[in-house]
Design a protein around this ligand. Sequence first.
Ligand SMILES: [Fe+2]
Ligand SMILES: [Fe+2]
Length: 171
Amino acid sequence: MGRTSTHYGEEPFAAKYKDYLDCVSDLLANDLVRSMGKYPHHSVMNCLEHCVNVSYVSYRICRRLRLDARSAARGGLLHDFFLYDWHVTQLEQGLHGFHHAKLALQNATAHFDLNDLEKDIIRKHMWPLNITPPRYRESFVVVIADKYCTIIEVLKIGERKRISRLQRMLA
Ligand SMILES: [Fe+2]
Ligand SMILES: [Fe+2]
């Protein structure tokens, strides 16, 4: 059943989420992925909420650009899968900002089968702080989406609408 661009009610809105959620439903059902919800991240947002934000924004952009939106959604959801509270945890390796992308990829590959694009998205999402540039256009989209989401989360722009959307996605 195709979607039409002529309806602006609840039905196409729900359908839009369904397309996205179909790409990540197995990840969102995973207990370890869900455990990101116990780690504070930006402002009132926890790490799981931030990752869903980045995943969804990346998915929408990649779909519009006819890129691999599914891999962008899945890589975006796991991009901060480092599984600790970065505000209090001191890494042996050094500063969180420089090392968490590698840790997130290690965790993600230990628990999920990832394609090369998803691995690149996770490993390179902190570019240019991590100096090796992304290899795929989808990875660049996630780099931008991560920074965009961080800014609007910290500044609490559109927070009520975003939290409402997240609650529906995570229900
Ligand atoms: Fe990150
Ligand atoms: Fe992030």
